[in-house]
Structures are given as C-alpha cells and as structure tokens.
Design a protein around this ligand. Structure first.
Ligand code: AMP
Ligand code: MG
Length: 338
C-alpha cells in the first residue's frame, strides 16, 4: 500500500500514433506507463484514423494504468496532457480525455509541451542535469539546450523528421510495422547486415538539416534496384545519423555543456547511439540515452513534466486548454529550471 499523503499526476499522451497514460509521483517515481499504438493497415499515420483508435483505446489504457498501481482516480492530484505539437485530431482526443477527468475529479489540468516532455523524461531516467539534447522521433528532429530561461532550438530539420524518413523508406522496401518492432528498428536490423557506403545526399545547412532529398535519392536507388537493400539501409542510416550528429556536436562545442542526451523513438537505434557516444567523448561530455520504455511517445513523460510544471505554478484553465499543433519549445516557460 502506498502512503496516502503521496501526490500523483496522471499524464495523457496522444500527439500521433500512440495513446499513452502514465502515473508519476510528485517525487519523480514512474508508477505506470500504459499505452496502445495505432498501426496503419497501409501507408503512414492517418490523423483521423489514429484519433479514432485513441478514442476507442482510452478506457482500456486508463484502466491498465490504474490497475497496475492500485491508485484510484480520487487519489490523483492533477491531470497533465500533451497539448502540442502534434496532429490535430489526435491531440484533441487526448485533451478531451484529460479535460473530462480533471473536471469530473475537480482537480487542476496542466498542458504539457510534448517535445519538452521527451527531454524531461530523459533527464529523469538518466540523471542528466543540463544536457545538449538530440530529440529524434517520428515527427520531430531537433537539437536543444537550456539557455536564458527557455529550452532553445540550436538546430532542426527543415523538412521531414528522422523517424519519418526511416519509416517511409522502410515501407518502400516492403518492411512491415509490427507490434514490438517499429519500422525504424526493422530497418536497423537490415542496416546491420550492410556495410558498403552508397553515394547519397548529405545536407546540413548551418545548424539545420534536410532529409527529404536523402529520402528521395534512397527511394529512387531502391526502385532502380541499383544496390543491395542492406547496403542502402546502412547508407541511409550512416548519412542521416551523421547529419544529426554533426549538428549536435556543433551545439555541444558552442554551449560547452558537459552532457549529451539522446531521446525520442529513434534513440533506440544502436548505431545512432554509438555515433553520439563518440562526439560526447571527444568533448569530455557524459552521454546518456533515454531507456527504451520512455523512448517512444508515452504517458509517463507527460505525467512527470506535468508535475514539474504544476509544482512551479503552471495550471492550464479548461478554457485555455485548446491544443497547439505547432507549439515550439522556445515558446514554453520552464519555471522549474530557473
Ligand atoms: P515516437 O515518434 O517518439 O513515438 O517514435 C517513433 C519513431 O521511432 C518511428 O519513426 C520509429 O520507426 C522510430 N524507431 C523506433 N525504434 C527505432 C530503431 N531501433 N531505430 C530507428 N528508429 C526507430
Ligand atoms: Mg509514436
């Protein structure tokens, strides 16, 4: 039995293909992290189909989170939810669940920035304090670090996200997304069997990077049957990962921070991890990777970031809880870091 004086936050994540519910204590213990992923029958994420999945999965995922912990809804102190950035229909479904819970239980609601939640769960899980963070996922690719009161974006993709780039190529190559084996992981397995570097575009512009040309070139080479699939997967990874690593290294050199954190769904990739470990070592920085359970989108990271925000004065009134599809990290107040 947990002490009754402990305070709990329930977090709802629903920005894209995953519907997640996490429960965190105010002291930073993650008690539950339940989720259900929408897997499209064909092609990429269809926002309305994903939102329908979330609406249908919500009660089951909520129940799983409560059951695992033995915590009752009336034991909760606050409800946090992913307010953005993300896909409109998906965000709105999660926001509706969160608003309903907060209103019914008559407890505060806290809107959380999804990208910042990926950073904060990485810090919580690894003990990193003030890292340069590479956040790479299905929908986001950015290098951030805290400076002058905000998380600042030092570099980012100018077009598609790294995870999206890998997923589209993997689908073109006929790989299938299965439960427990995301497309990026299936591609990683093939890449490990390749080793010949195929010429593909490498596009870093200042501190930003572009992945769409690389994806087009890799897909064209695949259709022309010019190279072995394993070598193409290997080369796609080598180029894309070198690009994000280059930008991360420059941010590290500029900020002179002493930690590098890798977070987001693509953080599970061993090759990417090894590249970042090298640059961290060269700059005498400690390298850490978010654990796999918190790498892809999850409710625990929203619950924990909700705790950080709420305990530093952030509350989101229901009539200001509209979702923010393009909510950038440098627009978010992070009073817990001041
Ligand atoms: P997220 O958007 O944070 O939920 O992360 C999902 C993304 O992570 C998808 O693009 C996946 O293909 C990608 N991903 C998951 N595991 C791996 C892996 N081992 N290597 C590369 N990408 C991965
Ligand atoms: Mg996801």
């Amino acid at each position: 039995m947990r002490p009754t004086d402990e305070q709990y936050c329930l977090g709802v994540e629903s920005t894209a293909d995953d519907f997640g519910v996490g429960i965190a204590t105010f002291k930073g213990e993650i008690l539950a992290n339940a989720s259900s992923g929408y897997i499209p029958e064909e092609g990429g994420i269809h926002p309305r189909e994903a939102a329908r999945h979330h609406a249908e999965a919500a009660d089951k995922v909520l129940e799983e989170a409560f059951q695992k912990t033995g915590i009752k809804p009336r034991n909760l102190s606050i409800i946090a939810f992913s307010q953005g950035p993300g896909l409109g229909p998906c965000l709105r479904t999660g926001a509706t669940v969160a608003r309903a819970l907060a209103s019914y239980l008559n407890i505060p609601l806290v809107g959380v920035n999804h990208s910042i939640a990926h950073i904060e769960i990485g810090k919580l899980a690894t003990g990193a304090q003030d890292p340069v963070t590479l956040y790479v996922s299905g929908g986001n690719t950015m290098v951030t670090a805290y400076d002058c009161g905000k998380y600042r974006v030092f570099g980012e993709t100018l077009d598609i996200a790294l995870g999206n780039c890998l997923d589209v190529f993997a689908r073109e190559a006929g790989l299938k997304h299965r439960k427990g084996l995301p497309l990026g992981a299936a591609l990683e397995q093939l890449a490990a069997k390749g080793g010949k570097l195929v010429p593909l575009p490498y596009l870093v512009k200042g501190m930003d990077l572009s992945l769409s040309g690389l994806l087009t070139a890799a897909t064209t080479a695949l259709r022309n049957d010019s190279y072995k699939l394993e070598d193409l997967c290997y080369s796609l990874q080598e180029n894309a990962f070198s690009m994000v690593t280059e930008v991360t290294e420059r941010a590290l050199a500029h900020t002179e921070k002493k930690e590098v954190l890798l977070t987001g769904g693509v953080a599970a990739n061993k090759r990417l991890q090894s590249m970042l470990a090298v640059i961290a070592e060269e700059h005498d920085a400690r390298f850490s990777v978010v654990p796999r359970e918190f790498a892809t989108d999850n409710g625990a990271m929203i619950a924990w970031t909700g705790v950080l925000a709420y305990t530093h004065g952030v509350i989101t009134p229901i009539d200001e809880s509209y979702v923010k599809l393009r909510w950038r990290v440098e627009k978010v107040d992070v009073p817990w870091l001041k």
